[in-house]
Write a protein that binds this ligand. Structure first.
Ligand SMILES: [Zn+2]
Length: 103
């Protein structure tokens, strides 16, 4: 096993941003393709057509929490990147989970 730290590890391709929890685990902001009925204007505008969008989701690698918008943890729409960043950062600031050992 190498002694290099996680800092030197290359990020997976779908990771857009990475936050460090208090305990040292990562919260990754990820590209996330999904189908939605929200219009290109975004919330709260819906149509009766489903469409595929390139949105976002975040996941804590320490405690496995996946985060989204609102009480239903909806995925973030393409125009909600800022919100996704802020939420991932908030989770990282509050989460005390430690990084899992890497094998
Ligand atoms: Zn966490």
């Amino acid at each position: 096993m190498s002694t290099s730290t996680t800092w030197a590890t290359a990020w997976p391709e779908d990771v857009l941003a990475r936050y460090l929890t208090v305990g040292g685990a990562h919260v990754d902001l990820l590209r996330h393709k999904f189908r939605t009925r929200y219009t290109p204007q975004g919330r709260p505008f819906v149509s009766d057509q489903w469409r595929e969008v390139d949105g976002f989701i975040w996941q804590c690698r320490g405690c496995d929490t996946r985060g989204g918008v609102g009480v239903f943890d909806d995925q973030y729409l393409p125009n909600e990147r800022k919100q996704a960043n802020e939420d991932a950062n908030s989770h990282a600031a509050a989460c005390r989970s430690m990084a899992r050992p890497v094998h």
